[in-house]
Ligand binder design. Sequence first.
Ligand SMILES: *Cc1c(COP(=O)(O)O)cnc(C)c1O
Length: 398
Amino acid sequence: MTKEQPRIYLSPPHMSGKEKRYIEEAFMTNWIAPLGPNLDAFEQEMADKVGIAGAAAVSSGTAAIHLALQLAGVSAGDTVFCSSFTFVASANPIRYLGAEPVFIDSEPDSWNMSPAALERALEDAAHRGKLPRALLVVHLYGGLTRMSEVMALCGKYNVPVIEDAAESLGSTYRGRQSGTMGEFGIYSFNGNKIITTSGGGMLVSNDTSALERARFLSTQARDVAIHYQHSRLGYNYRMSNVLAGIGRGQLQALDERVAARRRIFERYREALSCHESITFMPELPGTFSNRWLTAITVDEAVAGVTAADLVQALASENIEARPLWKPLHRQPLFQDASFYSHTPDSISVCEELFRTGLCLPSGSAMTDNEQNRVIATIHYAIDDAKRRSMLGRHKSAL
Ligand SMILES: *Cc1c(COP(=O)(O)O)cnc(C)c1O
């Protein structure tokens, strides 16, 4: 029996070594509760890093989306436009508020929200006299959306924009950080993201009074009084001072993490470019992706294998790969939601991406040797399919 190779994960946490100092400080000063000096400093350091007026640290990216939607005025009965090609956490908070999502397709050039689909959806909504209360746009796998088109369309109809930059911290659009172009931006520090606090999130905005409101809502909405007095519904959403310490150490390594992930992407591209069947997620001109995950599509007709076959082949080598996100308008949870596709009356771009795509291991601590194992497995799976199809043809010729 051959010894099993160590597991290669999709995107494991990568500590910088600087986190401990802040955590120890929190222990030494007994700031273990939520709130405290690490929390304030982490918010300030994040705001400085992305170039925005302020930031509010919360317990998850999902919580940050929930707060952003409320601050944008979303309530029961409203509609919110949302990218379809994303993780379910982008849209769940719309439902938490009793609002309904309307899903927007991707476009081929960025894999992110299609301005053409968005324009049709806005025109329809205006006709019906029910514009969305907000738009939630996602920058998937670190790649940027066509923000100037999206912002112009939303500006025309006066719809506030919330950027889900959970996967794109460190990515830029014409020099501006993802998450800082809309009314609100959110980041996630979940364990699989480019930097992590084990679990956590951040809401950012240039509207500092809205951020004050977010801090109020995320600490049970306590009115100013000596006793406990509440006039509106609040949440326990604040990040703890200990976890903020991890975040401070992680943030100092962000630029290195982005460089490492981009290098991994380039190495995959060089090694796999011999396969015409493989296409890499594009990077729009004028944008800079953090390449959180290397995402590819596979043309089955050329490769002789599907994306699912490759995920399976990698799994049998103890390598974690994943299909691309299943579009939310195809999820049973959202089966009643409306959807606007990039081109009317044709299969949507995001469904095609889901059918043909996968993410490769992209952790910033992955070694060249580990990456070579991933690459060799893909080469082997495709070459093997070719060999078998040639053999099949040979047999049928006999
Ligand atoms: C991870 C993620 C979230 C949610 O973040 P959590 O911190 O896990 O709640 C939201 N949107 C996208 C696109 C994500 O990848």
